[in-house]
Write a protein that binds this ligand. Structure first.
Ligand code: ZN
Length: 163
């Protein structure tokens, strides 16, 4: 039996642990279902997808993805202060709350980072923007996609879409 290596449209399943530069775990699939994705479609961060190219089942790799290749550099222009009254209909605005707001870059998810008097600071950066991403990866499965998966552009079944 030959071993498939990861190429365009491979269905790849992997376990991951994501750490910041200080070694603190930000996210991990450990103890839950591994993640499945369709290779070559930008469904995972670009820097990681490139490193997975050509790998096979059982491969373990550590990948450092620079912020710019991950969730982007931190962009100060995505931080805005708005009057509380412009967020009408939202009760009890507090730091850490996630909202959708209109920004210079269109409607996007923002997080409340500061509340002072009548002014609320909203940050539209991804929570991991500006951070290097340190992944420990173990490839657990590589297979060919089904025709249906190719036409949908995503993986079906464990770790993927259920519909
Ligand atoms: Zn589908």
């Amino acid at each position: 039996m030959c071993t498939l290596s990861i190429k365009q449209n491979s269905v790849v399943t992997f376990h991951y642990t994501l750490k910041d530069d200080s070694g603190e775990v930000i996210d991990s699939s450990s103890g839950s279902e591994p993640l499945a994705y369709l290779h070559g479609h930008g469904q995972i961060v670009g820097g990681l997808e490139r490193e997975l190219e050509g790998r096979a089942v059982g491969d373990k790799l550590s990948v450092k993805v620079a912020a710019a290749d991950g969730y982007g550099e931190y962009n100060k222009e995505l931080v805005q202060k708005v009057p509380r009254r412009s967020l009408k209909g939202i009760a009890n605005i507090s730091v850490g709350m996630r909202l959708h707001a209109q920004t210079a870059a269109g409607a996007r998810a923002v997080v409340v980072t500061h509340v002072a008097g009548d002014m609320v600071t909203l940050d539209g950066n991804h929570p991991l923007a500006g951070q290097n991403l340190n992944f420990d990866i173990e490839v657990t499965d590589v297979r060919e996609p089904t025709e249906e998966e190719l036409s949908h552009g995503h993986v079906h079944g464990p770790g993927g879409h259920h519909h």
